[in-house]
Design a protein. Sequence first.
Length: 267
Amino acid sequence: MNGRRTGANLLTDHPALYEARFPDPHRLAGRWAEACLRRYGAGPRVLDIGCGTGRDAGQLHRAGRTVTGADLSDAMLGHARVHHPGPRYVRADLRRFDLGQDAFDAVVCLDSALLYCHTNDELDGFLDSCRRSLNPGGLLVAEMRNGAFFLGRTELLDAPRADSFTWEGVVHRSVTTLSVDRAAQLLRRTRVWTRDDGAPPVEQRSAWRLLFPQELRRFLTAHGFDVLGLYDRPGPRTDPPWREGDVPAGTADADRLHLVARLRNRG
């Protein structure tokens, strides 16, 4: 034995730790999503699917939207209700959910949550659910890793990446290794956490679907969506990050992918 224990997901199980590890003090992700909704004239009712800690749902609520935040993690939902009140928070699996037909004017899915749909059937389930949930003419807004970035590029794969941060007086360190499973079309991540308080190391494994821009367009078209925007920058996780008033680029080959699609009227 190597002395490591396996955790379900250290950050998901500890939402405050998640927000400390991935701070967003200026609420860039929620503001970017709100700017997309305004740009394309979305109505007020928004579903934030895969809402996590509720930061982005809370930001959309403060912008005047009627927001439902949905996640599969009870810990995340509990944190969201306390720390980001205003939206309605419900438990739902983004791979297939039913929160009412024509219940929303927009669905928002940020921070690569869509890529937890690892198979084509799961992606079909997500898009079927979005189609059922949206009013005709409703928007789907998503932000995620870009599968096209890994075509011939290895800079994120060449060596483990070490990070550290301090939370509640304890230094948390992580070593992250990424690898591409080409047959499954997944980006696999192994992350080992250590702390300076003597706690044993924790090893965690996760994966994201690597979707390519044209592949994603094909899925969306098949499910009744027209793609209004599919581009790599700027966005809340790009370098430099999105700023109010920025215009989407015409490229789609950097490491993030941003999507805006509209549901066609049902004929």
